[in-house]
Design a protein around this ligand. Sequence first.
Ligand code: ADP
Ligand code: MG
Length: 227
Amino acid sequence: FNNELQRSEKMEIISQLAASVAHEVRNPLQVTRGFLQLIGHRSADQKDKNYMLLAIDELDRASSIITDFLTFAKPQVEMTTILNIAEELGQIEAILSPLATIQGGELRVESNFELYVRGNSSKFKQAIINIVKNSIEALPTKGSIDIIAYQEDSTVIIRISDNGVGMEESELERLGEPYFSNKSKGTGLGLMVTFRIIEVMNGRIYFNSIKGVGTEAFVSLPIAEIQ
Ligand code: ADP
Ligand code: MG
C-alpha cells in the first residue's frame, strides 16, 4: 500500500515536470515559427522560401508531438462534466468535415440525443478526433466515414468506421504503441493518446480491420445518469 502511494506521488511529480517542460519548449517554437515565416515572406528566392516552409513544417510536427505528450502526461488533471455525446460528435463533425472533403471523403454522424458520459470535453474530443483523422488519412480517393453512437446496457458505444486501406493483424496488434506509424509524416502518438484518455474515462476501445476493405473502432464508455 505504501509503495502504491509513493508510486502515484512520483507519477504526479513526473507528470507535472513533463507538462512544464512541454509548455516551456512550446513558446520558443512558436517564436521561431513566426520569424521563419517573416523571412520566408521577405525572401525573393524560391528555393529559400521552400526551405522555410520545410522548416515550419518540422516545427509544427514538434509542436504536435508536444501537444500529444502533454495530454498523455496529465489527462486526469482536467475538469470533468457531463457530456452530451450528440453535441460533442456534432462539434467533431464541424471540425473534421472540411478535412474529409479535401480527401474526397464524406463524414456522417448519427447519434441519439439522450446519451451522456462523464469526462473532459476537450480531451474526449481529442480522443475521438485522433481516431477519425486516421480514418480520413486511410481513405482512398473516394470514401466515407460513419460515426454512430448508441446505448448498450449501461454503456455508450461510439462506432467509427471507414472504407479505407485497412490493416493487417500485425498492424492491429501494434495500435496505441508509442511511435508506431506507417505514415511519412505520422507521429505514431495519436492512438496512444486516445487509449490513455479512454482509459482515464473508465472506457474501453477496440478495433476490427480488414486489409483493403476498411476499419471500425468501438469506444465504449460508462453512461452517466442525469438527475
Ligand atoms: P499516426 O497517425 O501518426 O501514424 P496513430 O497512432 O494515429 O499514428 O496511428 C498509428 C498507425 O495505425 C497509422 O500509421 C496507421 O498505419 C494505422 N491506422 C490507424 N487507424 C487506421 C485506419 N482507420 N485505417 C488504416 N490504418 C490505420
Ligand atoms: Mg493518427
